[in-house]
Ligand binder design. Sequence first.
Ligand code: G6P
Length: 445
Amino acid sequence: MTEKKGIKIVTIGGGSSYTPELIEGFIKRYDSLPISELWLVDIPEGEDKLNTVGALAQRMVEEAGVPMKIHLTLDRKEALKGADFVTTQFRVGLLDARAKDERIPLKYNVIGQETNGPGGLFKGLRTIPVILDIVQDMEELCPNAWLINFTNPAGMVTEAIYRHSNWRKVVGLCNVPVGMKMGVAQMLDVDADRVHIDFAGLNHMVYGLNIYLDGENVTETVIKKLTSGEASMTMSNIMDLGWQPEFLQSLGVLPCPYHRYYYQTGRMLEKELEEAADKGTRAEVVQALENDLFELYKDENLRGKPEQLEKRGGAYYSDAACNLIDSLYNDRKDIQPVNTMNNGAIASIPNDSAVEVNCVITKDGPKPLAVGDLPVATRGLVQEIKSFERVASEAAVTGDYKTGLLAMTINPLVPSDHVAKEIFDEMLEAHKDYLPQFRHLEVTQ
Ligand code: G6P
């Protein structure tokens, strides 16, 4: 009798400080998800981190007594051969580039954020060519694998794969929906399994259309608790400045933490400016956190995920990733919110665009649940961001200056065409080492 082959997983950006979360998730699910090989891949600049995280991963696996072999490599192609699942969690330009995404817009009194506004655009411009390269390698080396992308901006990245490659086995994943579900459970003081949320929208722009507790619709109760100040719901990386009660009550759906940048732009900007001057932008705060985490990871007595990792915004991301992989592998047909092709689920978004929506997760991929349409008060913003993502991904692929500037200008966080150009030019220069597709401009200027 031939033994059933174990699962091969490849994690690109394996040297990330988040990796122990993922390892913990895989270990917990080993019985249903028998991973025989986990390949952690990184680039030469990340080699030290990869070695540190890899050694911790090895200790975690030994401690748990699971026969999962950990491989560390800088050779992506070698790793990808015959993979079953490829997860991506890399950051092009590392945290230095994120700090620029956050700081430069602030100079122009514009929100500086890694996935929204100008920062989100430039993160997309840096990331999309790399993900398309990875997809090309996958076509050759592991054509049957699923690509599970957490790399931000996850919605734009998923959109770019649909629009600019033939690869369809991709799922974009984010921890925001699971964070919202946990937040509601905490607020209602109940077990998270009893809460169900109808999620629909885009990545970092997702709404909870209906919230149920044991099947009873409790959306109004949740909104009341949020607006009365009785409860708060956000993530470690986003400030909670409270909601204007009448607004949220009449909106009638639960916004995600990132919606604050759109509905509270002025106040969020003020706070960001204060914080940047005081303790630095989020990238700078995260850099310090990461340094501490890596010091902890080096400790040979550490054999599990340290608590301090919870200070990062990505809480529950490993749960989301591991549950998704488990359901794809075991054809569980359970419901999970993921980024996938719309296929008519949300009427006002093109069928072939990426949306973040509840799906039934089968071995053939996520099957989106039909929403009908978004409430009219939310629809316009979602469409505007979708247009931005589409234009931005085209700019990322073509390296066309005017297309990039167009994306910047139509972003709702950018106040005018002239400011857009100033920010665009400054960011293009600041990030030029990571934007090879725009290099032709240097010759002609
Ligand atoms: C949230 C988002 C993630 C993002 C993270 C940033 O959880 O959903 O997409 O990567 O925050 O957290 P950080 O600790 O890096 O600021």
